[in-house]
Design a protein around this ligand. Structure first.
Ligand SMILES: [Ca+2]
Ligand SMILES: [Ca+2]
Length: 313
């Protein structure tokens, strides 16, 4: 009878340890899933909304204060449950043309390479740059104060047919939640729209929105005027006003073309890497391992004690 009771105790103890172990695994795993994860963040210099370093602002009063309106200073991608949240901070945000999302000036294009294959060309040529052929893109976001659109390389032909005021535009991502808080534009997009970004490469271009401009980019001429930028040296001069570049390179070098250029400037990609998350996961592995060891030691003690008791009786 005493032996049966001891066996029951051991079984109960084993069950409790198993449940604790199980809970510790599931709780930790849930936390990892639920906690927002910063996949990428980067600051960009203030005062570089000048393309290759020498573009001049359009002069009309709706571009006052003639600085900062296209100057991205921070960008991040956060994975939060089933969404990605993109944050773009600008040095100055104004809305003289009463856009839907409360910012009138920047046109943002984000190209992601997160699959094999893809396109090495701009979706539409407005930006006048070319991509690093090592990172062909698979999905891109085209963002203005009036819309967030998502395109894939195979959408080119159909996109040509759609116009910006089309209420039935199939590329308009109406489900995207766009908010402006001070000078931060925040966009929440369902992960499934973009696909997995945890190991993606990407390009981020900032132009100036112009509803009549080439592919909505405000033009850059040799000399600027009320409505266009000045400073182009060739027909290959980019219409990119600010951008992110990887460490070791400068935007001014990347976007510069010479007067006798015969091709567009090649822009480098940035990489999203989950390396920063590794220490967190390793920490948790240590916690799990610790719990496992404690459980194992308890089990050995109980076993030894029960063995000793049975010898004693
Ligand atoms: Ca900047
Ligand atoms: Ca920049």
């Amino acid at each position: 009878m005493k032996k049966i009771l001891k066996d029951v105790h051991i079984s109960i103890l084993l069950s409790i340890i198993s449940i604790l172990l199980f809970l510790s695994f599931t709780v930790q795993a849930d936390e990892i899933d639920v906690m927002p994860k910063v996949l990428f963040e980067m600051v960009d210099p203030v005062g570089d909304d000048w393309g290759p370093g020498y573009y001049t602002y359009p002069q009309y009063k709706q571009f006052e204060p003639h600085k900062g309106l296209f100057d991205i200073t921070y960008f991040s991608i956060v994975e939060d449950g089933s969404d990605y949240t993109l944050e773009f901070v600008f040095d100055e945000v104004r809305n003289p043309w009463n856009s839907k999302y409360n910012f009138s000036h920047p046109l943002i294009e984000l190209y992601f390479d997160n699959k094999s294959g893809g396109s090495g060309q701009l979706f539409r040529p407005g930006a006048k740059v070319k991509f690093d052929q090592k990172a062909p893109w698979d999905v891109m976001l085209h963002i203005t104060g009036w819309w967030v659109k998502v395109f894939r390389p195979e959408d080119r032909e159909e996109a040509e047919r759609s116009i910006w005021s089309d209420p039935e535009d199939p590329f308009d991502l109406e489900a995207a939640v766009v908010t402006l808080e001070d000078k931060t534009i925040r966009i929440e997009i369902e992960k499934s729209v973009l696909g997995d970004l945890s190991d993606a490469k990407f390009y981020l271009l900032v132009g100036a929105f112009d509803s009549f401009g080439p592919n909505y980019y405000r033009d850059v001429g040799e000399t600027g005027d009320d409505w266009i930028f000045g400073g182009a040296v060739s027909s290959f001069s980019p219409r990119v006003i600010d951008m992110l570049v990887p460490a070791g390179q400068t935007q001014e070098e990347v976007l510069n073309v010479e007067a006798d250029a015969d091709e567009f400037a090649t822009i480098p990609y940035l990489r999203i890497s989950m390396d920063a998350e590794a220490p967190l996961i390793i920490d948790r592995l240590f916690i799990w391992f610790g719990i496992f060891v404690v459980g194992l030691v308890l089990l050995i003690i109980v076993r030894a004690k029960s063995k000793k008791d049975s010898i004693d009786t």
